[in-house]
Design a protein around this ligand. Structure first.
Ligand code: AMP
Ligand code: ZN
Length: 494
């Protein structure tokens, strides 16, 4: 029997604002679409957090026995600066600044995105479509929307008529906004004078002569609006009505609101049953974002080369840090948080080694099966990874009690404990027991480096700078960098 028949999953649906019992459209199958990156720069850790939230959701749905078709797009055209309807295309701008082809920009940052996600042990999506690969589908959708009377053409551009749509539908139902409030709050921006109303949004834009990313269409040589690509690609691969649509919280409005409007206008039905939104990673009190310079790159986490952190962290430690927060909570990125997560992660890995060496007794004094169900209960409750992790630490307590002879476990329960730990730590949370964290490998190396740091410190106290420099340089020669800071010396291993 499939696990999903006995485990009752609840998902928080942004559309209803409530946790709902999850039931897919086709039994045993799930269609899930997640908005992918705009590939005009390196992904920062904030982007990674959103994709990680959906990686764990994907992993758990698969673990429950669902056949999941997970579609995550690549935005390689149509996303303008400031998420606006006018201005330069983000990719074209980067191409202009770097004097390369837009598709070189796309290639470079798509490769970077994949490399980073691989480093964090993400599962690949089932389909990864690109916006430029679906121009025809987008043009067809625009034709439908025009035919149904919800869009108008001005000077070769096509706009979605939000006011007309709202007369028969509810524009704002996802983000809980009212059109009247939007009318009061929108400013008329330069270059938007083609629109009947400032709330209208572009489905197709006529390209200015200098705009290099352009395609022919019935209305002009131009390019599609940003919101349209996700409508085209989600419904192409998942059908006009599918189960789950996800993305970062900041995409709820206008991007996802517009997706709903486009679908209802083109096909007469709301596309998605469960809308899911992952919350933001913040740093120094502000949202992590490329545009403000308040960000950290994953590569910097792995080398320790960023002023916000004191040392390097492995991908699994960074992953563990992020999963210790629920996906709908804001997470504050701090060095202290990472240090604590590293300790916690190592404790978990150490307990796994102890677990492998435990022997069974006649009977159990701990309730392993009830504990196992608590792990499922945590994930069934809208994918509550922090509660799951708390349960994993309950198991660490049991393991140490058994090791110390203060508790015992039957061989059947020992197998359940081992299997459940494996499933949740590696399959569901996607953590990896790297050589860096295994006590037999990197742990010993780290211990040895700490000894050398102490010896170097003693040499400096004794004013033996020749020796202290020798220790530093020879460690550097084998790829171990020492970093002197106000709180002492730390190191990174390349
Ligand atoms: P973009 O490439 O800007 O479209 O962003 C890709 C994804 O990263 C989107 O789902 C965003 O919502 C998400 N994102 C951007 N900044 C953050 C952040 N600071 N924390 C979490 N997710 C973010
Ligand atoms: Zn999207």
């Amino acid at each position: 029997m499939q696990l999903y028949k006995e485990q009752h999953l609840k998902i928080y649906n942004s559309l209803s604002g409530q946790k709902e019992d999850f039931s897919p459209i086709n039994e045993g199958h799930i269609g899930m679409y997640v908005c992918g990156p705009t590939v005009y720069s390196n992904v920062h850790l904030g982007n990674v957090r959103t994709f990680m939230s959906f990686d764990v959701i994907f992993r758990y749905l698969r673990h429950l026995g669902y056949k999941v078709r997970y579609v995550r797009n690549i935005t390689d055209a149509g996303h303008l600066e400031n998420d606006a309807d006018s201005g330069e295309d983000r990719i074209a701008k980067k191409a202009r600044l770097e004097e390369i082809e837009p598709m070189e920009v796309v290639q470079r940052y798509t490769v970077d995105f994949h490399n980073i996600l691989n480093a964090f042990n993400f599962l690949p999506p089932s389909i990864e479509p690109t916006a430029t690969g679906h121009i025809i589908e987008q043009i067809e959708l625009i034709k439908n929307i025009i035919d149904n009377g919800f869009a108008y053409v001005v000077n070769g551009s096509v706009y979605f008529d939000v006011h007309k749509f709202n007369a028969s539908n509810d524009y704002g139902k996802l983000s809980k906004r009212k059109l009247e409030d939007l009318i009061h709050n929108t400013r008329e921006l330069d270059g938007q004078s083609d629109k009947k109303n400032p709330q209208d949004f572009a489905l197709w834009k006529r390209a200015e002569p200098q705009h290099i990313m352009r395609w022919p269409s019935p209305w002009s040589d131009g390019f599609p609006g940003w919101h349209l690509e996700c409508t085209a690609m989600s419904t192409k691969y998942l059908g006009e009505h599918f189960d789950i649509h996800g993305g970062g919280m900041d995409l709820k409005f206008p991007h996802h609101e517009c997706e709903i409007a486009q679908n209802e206008a083109a096909k007469g039905q709301s596309p998605v049953n469960y809308w899911m939104h992952a919350n933001m990673l913040i740093m120094n009190g502000k949202k992590m974002a490329k545009s403000t310079g308040n960000y950290i790159l994953p590569g910097e986490i792995f080398t320790g080369d960023n002023p916000n952190i004191s040392k390097a962290y492995s991908p699994s430690v960074a992953r563990f840090f992020m999963l210790q927060a629920h996906y709908r909570s804001i997470l504050d990125f701090t060095n202290e948080g990472l240090l604590a997560s590293e300790k916690g992660f190592n404790r978990l890995m150490d307990a796994l080694s102890v677990l492998n060496g435990l022997s069974a007794a006649e009977r159990s004094t701990i309730a392993v099966k009830a504990w196992k169900q608590k792990c499922y209960d945590a994930m069934n409750d809208d994918f509550n990874s922090p509660i799951l992790i708390a349960q994993l630490f309950e198991a660490v307590k049991y393991i140490n009690q058994i090791k110390d002879g203060k508790a015992s476990i039957s061989s059947e329960d020992l197998n359940v404990l081992k299997e459940t730990m494996q499933v949740f730590i590696f399959d569901v949370l996607g953590l990896e027991q790297s050589s860096e964290t295994s006590p037999s490998g990197q742990g010993k190396l780290e211990g040895a480096v700490e000894i050398l740091i102490k010896l170097r410190q003693e040499a400096r106290v004794n004013k033996d700078f020749a020796l202290s420099d020798k220790i530093r340089d020879e460690l550097a020669a084998v790829g171990i960098q020492l970093k002197d800071g106000k709180d002492g010396t730390t190191f990174s291993i390349n």
